[in-house]
Design a protein around this ligand. Structure first.
Ligand code: ADP
Ligand code: MG
Length: 569
């Protein structure tokens, strides 16, 4: 006799996995626990890559940068309440940076949460997530999972990309439904980030302004890097002959050694340019809001801005030629309008930039050759600069204060989307999450250059790096503290508030998990260790001993740091 098992069934777990896979999402970054432990297990069994972290914020940062690198939303999976909140920091950071990601958190039962009757990890997660991301959805019925995942994907990647929250209550996962109906309920998102073409009149307006320029400048931002319109952007720069400066994560969109790069004359060009074309860069604090001392005489600038987000226009100063659309389409339209015989900017302008650039670069190059112990930042960065030059396809992750500011100007980048750093918030803690996702998503070697303080926010993930045997080399610029390692407690009771344990050996942390640890005290030792790590692809952590006196308070942004002028007697 044939046993009648009835029609085949599926459940919430499988529908979530199938919906993600149907949309080409193959990796989940998360931390297991109730109620999503089995979701991770089943996803792995179904062939997805599931990378389990030690803390949700790091998994969330990994998902966010995966989104930046691939233009597909990175997925972060967490448990309810505290796990959700940990992931939420990364979701908010992703949204601020315009990185597409989806935070999927399990949650407790609606009936109990809404009556506030004290459930296990009770929290109204949907309400809390809403103001911190682009969109937030909750799914109560298994039959709605397909449409919910589709909406989450579309919300994350269309228009200005950002973070999306998807709330999945525990009960949803075990809800069963007919397998065939389940399969039919899934939605494959067609054209999730549709091209957005600029209006012809807007293109003409922008070109008219640009034609009138005597001292034009292009600013490339991380939106331009994200857009993956690399050829168009390069053509715009080269065919117009206009000097450009890359924002931090746009470095390498064109090689930093490009003759039109004005990166080494940044202060001069921002001050003196008359027309500035912003390509996927916001006039936020990182560009001094488009006004003030940095930008020279008040009223001396005309801004053309390319951005997918219409509301970005006039956010800080007047934009005389807004060009709303995706960067690929906008830049192509400009190129079409420019034709082949566009007049290069006056030589007076480009020559002045060149001489300033040469002067600044030769001033710096002397500092990079210092082979002394203890190392200073420049001596250590000099060797890392050479290593990236020799391995242009490696990915550089960078955070810290001085470690960030100095590495950004010292280490040239040669390829797009190879520099990943603290982004719009200037936040510490992205290091290991970014490094892990960069290795997972690209398979390329990753060099993470970390201040000792910055590393501390995500340091436990070196275990994750070892567990997944990722080609990540972490270099810790260890100057014994935040900014510097020299603070003391005026009362003599405790260590100073910004110092860490003296002569710490972070390399031993890596050894504890089977990775390679190296203590490097000179630039030569540092170069040898990093080269070895990049060749072998073995998880490595190098404790680079930096002079505790090296470094300045708050790095380059000391002016943002309020100080007391009141002296207590
Ligand atoms: P940076 O910090 O490098 O200056 P921002 O994060 O401030 O860069 O700016 C990035 C900008 O790029 C955002 O305003 C965002 O809306 C925009 N953007 C992101 N993706 C695209 C795209 N595909 N097309 C056009 N603009 C985009
Ligand atoms: Mg430090």
């Amino acid at each position: 006799t044939v046993e009648d098992t009835g029609p085949e069934q599926t459940d919430g777990f499988h529908l979530v996995i199938d919906a993600l896979k149907l949309n080409g999402i193959d990796t989940i970054y998360g931390v297991p626990g109730i109620p999503i432990t089995d979701l991770g297990r089943l996803a792995q069994a179904e062939g997805m890559r599931v990378i389990s972290f030690r803390h949700e914020q790091n998994a969330g940062n990994a998902a966010a940068i995966a989104g930046f690198l691939t233009k597909k939303p990175g997925i972060c999976l967490t448990v309810s309440a505290p796990g959700f909140l940990n992931g939420l920091t990364a979701l908010a950071n992703a949204t601020t940076n315009c990185f597409p990601m989806i935070l999927i958190s399990g949650s407790s039962e609606r009936e109990i949460v809404d009556l506030q009757q004290g459930d296990y990890e009770e929290m109204d997660q949907l309400a809390i997530a809403k103001p911190l991301c682009k969109a937030a959805f909750r799914v109560l019925h298994a039959a709605d999972i397909g449409i919910a995942v589709a909406r989450a994907i579309r919300a994350a990647v269309s228009g200005r990309p950002g973070g999306v929250y998807l709330d999945l209550p525990a009960k949803l996962f075990s809800q069963v439904m007919d397998a065939e109906a389940g399969a039919k309920s899934l939605v494959k998102v067609i054209d999730p980030a549709p091209a957005q073409l600029p209006a012809p009149a807007a293109v003409k307006r922008a070109l008219d302004v640009l034609k009138s320029a005597k001292r034009p400048l292009i600013v490339l931002g991380k939106g331009a890097a994200y857009a993956q319109a690399d050829e168009e952007v390069r053509a715009l720069v080269e065919r117009s002959g206009i000097p450009y400066v890359p924002m931090s994560m746009a470095k390498g969109l064109l090689p930093d050694t490009h003759e039109q790069s004005a990166g080494a004359a940044r202060s001069m060009v921002l001050k003196d340019a008359d027309v500035v074309v912003l390509v996927g860069a916001r006039l936020n604090w990182l560009l001094s809001h488009g006004k003030g001392k940095t930008w020279g005489e008040p009223g001396s600038k005309k801004f053309i801005q390319i951005d997918i987000e219409p509301k970005e226009m006039d956010s800080n100063v007047e934009i005389v030629a807004p060009l709303v659309g995706d960067i690929g389409s906008c830049v192509s339209a400009l190129l079409d309008g420019m034709g082949q015989d566009w007049k290069a900017p006056p030589a007076e302008w480009t020559d002045a930039i060149k001489s300033r650039k040469d002067a600044n670069l030769s001033k710096m190059s002397a500092k990079l050759l210092k082979n002394s112990a203890p190392m200073d930042f420049h001596g250590a960065l000099g060797v890392l600069r050479t290593i990236i030059k020799e391995r242009p396809d490696a990915i550089l992750v960078n955070e810290g204060a001085n470690t960030l500011d100095l590495a950004r100007s010292v280490i040239d980048m040669y390829q797009p989307r190879k520099r990943l750093d603290v982004g719009t918030w200037g936040v510490m803690g992205i290091g290991m999450g970014f490094a892990i996702a960069a290795a997972v998503e690209t398979g390329k070697p990753v060099l993470a250059v970390e201040g000792d303080s910055a590393f501390g926010f995500s340091g436990m993930e070196v275990e994750t790096i070892c567990r997944y045997d990722l080609p990540v080399c972490v270099v810790i610029f260890n100057n014994n503290g935040i900014y510097r390692g020299t603070d003391t407690d005026p009362t003599g009771r405790d260590p100073g508030t910004t110092v860490f344990v003296k002569d710490s050996r972070y390399d031993k942390m890596m050894e504890a998990f089977g990775g390679i640890g190296v203590n490097a005290t000179t630039p030569d030792e540092l170069a040898r260790a990093v080269n070895e790590a990049m060749d072998s692809g073995k998880p490595t952590l190098i404790n680079a001993v930096i002079d505790p006196h090296a470094g300045t308070e708050s790095g380059n942004i000391g002016s943002l740091n309020p100080q007391s002028t009141v002296k207590k007697k």
